[in-house]
Design a protein around this ligand. Structure first.
Ligand code: AHM
Ligand code: MG
Length: 336
């Protein structure tokens, strides 16, 4: 049968989200429209990343190419694409991007109810050597009444209505949660559509991999040092864990989500708040981890309970398999 060679009933991301939204009678389709604009941004960045080596899109912002044209760095280009796609959706009111120092308030004529926080191209230091990079995003709904204000995005991560990332790797994969589990979609380049390939992702309860930049070990605090020591020299008779660290958060978190284990970017003496940004790195990934049955911890509290006071604030983060994060929590509790 022809139907055996070709799957004919395709669950695209649009169809999937429309199905999910139809469960809510009050839904006006706004979220589906917003998401389709995010998806457009992801497809654009995917195609730009794939062409980067060829098109010589890479290079310092402001550098000129042989034709004397100004070239944009991929992360600057990605940011422009996402900002324009989000504003033109007519469904957003505040945007926070890693690339922009200040939040963008959308003009009244184009305004909607959603606030989107995002890192348009995370891990960009990896672009030149072809390592997987990604876009990370989180979505809040503006509080009712009054003008949109910064407080609408300075909310704990648990208030997000959706979060996700798109990984530009050997394939282009979009992983998203709207609060009812986690689903993964892979871009079929011949169709230009994201197709459901990873339904209802659940992270293994315990993993065999730890993922951290060990080059910072000299400056770590006690609990982090003890934890990593335990991964390498377990005293309970279990096997040592494997170390995998790409240095690209989307890729490291994606592997953690699928294979289990723990990803950590702890505090250290040089960066007491760690490196990763609360709003558009820590929160979306923590949201996905919890939705997949894992945990996310800052060293002090549940990551999604954090109340950020600055849009570019940083926090230490330990996220992944439920049992692995339990262990690091116990080490921090013993410290007190
Ligand atoms: P970036 O936003 O400047 O790209 O930095 C974020 C990246 C993450 O993708 C990754 O987890 C982390 O930085 C790696 O940092 P390090 O090189 O210190 O290990
Ligand atoms: Mg980043």
């Amino acid at each position: 049968h022809a139907a055996d060679a070709y799957r004919t009933d395709l669950m695209t991301i649009t169809r999937f989200v429309l199905n999910e939204q139809s469960k809510y009678p009050e839904s006006r389709g706004d979220f589906s429209i917003l998401l389709s604009h995010i998806v457009l941004g992801c497809k654009f960045v995917c195609s730009a990343v794939n062409k980067a080596g060829l098109a010589k899109l890479i290079g310092l912002a402001g550098e000129t190419n042989v034709q004397g044209e100004e070239q944009k760095k991929l992360d600057v280009l990605s940011n422009e694409v996402f900002v324009k796609a989000l504003v033109s959706s007519g469904r957003t009111c505040i945007l926070v991007s890693e690339e922009d120092e200040k939040a963008t308030f959308v003009e009244k004529s184009n305004r909607g109810r959603y606030c989107v926080v995002f890192d348009p191209l995370d891990g960009s230091s990896n672009i030149d050597c072809g390592v997987s990079i990604g876009t990370i995003f989180g979505i809040y709904i503006v509080k009712d009444g009054g003008e949109p204000a910064l407080d609408d995005v300075l909310q704990p991560g648990k208030n997000m209505v959706a979060a996700g990332y798109c990984m530009y790797g050997s394939s282009c994969t979009l992983v998203i949660s709207t609060g009812g589990g986690v689903n993964g979609f892979t871009l079929d380049p011949s169709l230009g559509e994201f197709i459901l390939t990873h339904p209802d992702i659940k992270i293994p309860k315990k993993g065999k991999i730890y993922s951290v930049n060990e080059g910072n070990a000299k400056n770590w605090d006690g609990p982090t040092t003890k934890y990593v020591e335990k991964c390498k020299f377990p005293k309970d008779g279990s096997s040592p864990k494997s170390l995998r660290y790409i240095g690209s958060m989307v890729a490291d978190v994606h592997r953690t989500l699928l294979y289990g284990g723990i990803f950590l970017y702890p505090a250290d003496k040089k960066s007491p708040n760690g490196k990763l940004r609360v709003l558009y790195e820590v929160f979306p990934m923590s949201f996905l981890m919890e939705q997949a049955g894992g945990q996310a911890f800052t060293g002090k509290q549940r990551a999604l309970d954090l109340l950020p006071s600055d849009i570019h604030e940083r926090s230490p983060i330990f996220l992944g398999s439920y049992d692995d994060v339990e262990e690091i929590k116990a080490l921090y509790a013993a410290e007190e």
